[in-house]
Write a protein that binds this ligand. Sequence first.
Ligand code: F3S
Length: 82
Amino acid sequence: ALFTIVEQETCIACGACGMNAPEVFDYDDEGLAFSLLDGNKGIAEVAEELEDEVMEAYYGCPTDSIKISEFGPFNGDPQKFA
Ligand code: F3S
């Protein structure tokens, strides 16, 4: 299973993740990205058909703010597996 969360502290609102994975990432009023899957808690399993685009968003983020985990959910903490 794959989980994802955005580290908003380091997001610079570049807009790449929503392009790469429009079904997974959107932006708040300040342009900061968040995961649509679970209100950016990192607790919802990424559906298998969305895993490829999440990986593209992961590799495409210039500030490494897209976090991914295969070990379990983030429970709201982007640094949980850092
Ligand atoms: Fe922010 Fe990275 Fe997306 S900088 S807008 S999380 S691609």
